[in-house]
Design a protein around this ligand. Structure first.
Ligand code: NIG
Ligand code: ZN
Length: 431
């Protein structure tokens, strides 16, 4: 039932053939078998209030009578269509310059990620270019990437720093993200990431630099209200930041009120998941090499396992053990990991990989890119499902069966509209 007596509303979407709420009991996340239930109903109407939040949800015939006298700034008839929550891409690296297409060719030829990394390619290559780019240049590169994400249905994206590897450039990247927040319709959550070790430093020295120079500078800019990061991240990996260094950096970030969500157990099993559990991290990403103890640990601590199937696909590596993690009640999320190694902006493609390569069901993939993705960013009380009081972030699909967003691989016409805070931010003209 509607709480508001106001007769003016921002939006009504009526006659929705199939509404997929993902949750209708205000769950913060879904685990285990519950990931298979995405709360589907037919012939539904959604009302959005002036604040861009969901005001009411109900059967279309009943809602027609209930809202007879009311007016709507916009009305959409969704007969023959389905509506799902906007996608939440909860792990991306979208701010960078420099073209790494040549590295893709090297990888196709058999070079490994770490071989390229050790030769100064990979992250190091992107760092050199990103340091030389101005804020304006980086913003100009970022906007079309966000546009592509939006056209694929993403309405909330997490965006990391991490291609600076010095204080100045890391702050520059975060400033670029703040500028994008002001001008782009997609909502952005930003993350400070300690991503690698610069070639003129050592793990010890650079960890010290992050703790004694970069995090204090971050605090200064947060206090001045110039930067608003919400999360702290490190690349916890053999040869990059080990467990000890990762822990020190993450704990320092936590003192600033940042939530912990970091890269771990990707290329080597170094017990990143156990660290995530110890620190009560909100998320840990990758987990291709997680061990049995790690699975138990993050299931217990309610740390989301953020799986990034584009990495394993592109590098031809074994994928994370998604089925085992779901069976052990880990809160599984999926994300694009958009970065110059895996330049994928499409959550529908990620869901497809989730189904085919991680052996998840279509329902599990949807939960993992909506409600659980929101949880991994600390946002599931306001985002990630279609429930009264949450933000009105939706995708309207040109099919009455929602599963077509996954099934129709690379389709450019399955999405009809993308809606953010109750306003249409993408209307697909392709049929
Ligand atoms: N693994 C570390 N970081 C990124 C890759 C970054 C890059 O290669 O530029 C990731 O999540 O896959
Ligand atoms: Zn990443």
């Amino acid at each position: 039932m509607s709480k508001s007596m106001s007769k003016q509303h921002l939006l009504r979407i009526k006659n929705i053939s199939q509404l997929v709420q993902v949750s209708n009991t205000f769950q913060k996340y879904k685990i285990g078998d519950d990931m298979k239930n995405v709360n589907i109903s037919e012939n539904m109407t959604i009302i959005v209030n002036k604040e861009g939040k969901i005001e009411d949800i109900g059967n279309s015939d009943e809602m027609e009578k209930k809202y007879l006298e009311h007016t709507f700034e916009q009305e959409i008839d969704a007969k023959g269509k389905s509506v799902i929550p906007g996608f939440i891409d909860c792990h991306t690296h979208p701010v960078w310059s420099g073209d790494r297409c040549h590295e893709f060719a090297m990888k196709l030829n058999g070079a490994t990620y770490m071989e390229i990394h050790k030769q100064g390619g990979g992250i190091g290559f992107t760092v050199n270019h990103t340091r030389e780019s101005s804020e304006e240049e980086l913003l100009e590169l970022l906007i079309p990437r966000l546009n592509q994400m939006m056209r694929s249905g993403t309405t909330l994206v997490e965006a990391k720093s991490g291609y600076g590897l010095n204080c100045e450039t890391e702050m520059k990247m975060l400033k670029v993200i703040e500028k994008a927040k002001k001008i782009h319709p997609i909502e952005i959550v930003s993350t400070f990431l300690a991503h690698s070790i610069p070639k003129d430093s050592t793990i010890e020295k650079y960890t010290e630099n992050v703790i004694s120079e970069q995090i204090p500078k971050l605090k200064e800019l947060m206090d001045k209200k110039e930067l608003f990061p919400e999360l702290i991240d490190v690349f916890c990996e053999k040869g990059v930041f080990g467990i000890k260094e990762s822990k020190a950096i993450l704990e320092e970030g936590k003192k600033l009120g940042l939530k912990i969500n970091f890269h771990g157990d990707e290329l080597n099993p170094i017990k990143g998941a156990q660290l995530a559990s110890e620190l009560e991290a909100i998320g840990i990403s990758h987990l291709e090499k997680i061990d049995k103890e790690g699975i138990k640990a993050i299931a217990k601590s309610k740390t989301s396992g953020v799986l990034l199937p584009t990495t394993g696909y592109i590098l031809r590596l074994e994928q994370a053990p998604a089925r085992e993690m779901i069976s052990k009640n880990v809160i599984i999320s999926l994300a694009s990991d958009f970065n110059p190694n895996a330049p994928c902006t499409s959550i529908p493609f990620v869901m497809h990989l989730g189904c085919v390569q991680l052996r998840m069901t279509m329902e599990e993939s949807l939960v993992a890119t909506t409600l659980n993705a929101a949880y991994s960013l600390g946002k599931s009380e306001t985002h990630g499902s279609i429930e009264i009081g949450k933000f009105a972030d939706f995708i309207i699909l040109n099919n009455k069966l929602w599963q077509h967003i996954i099934y129709e691989l690379t389709s450019d016409s399955i999405i009809d509209k993308v809606i953010k805070f109750g306003k249409v931010i993408f209307q697909n003209e392709k049929k």
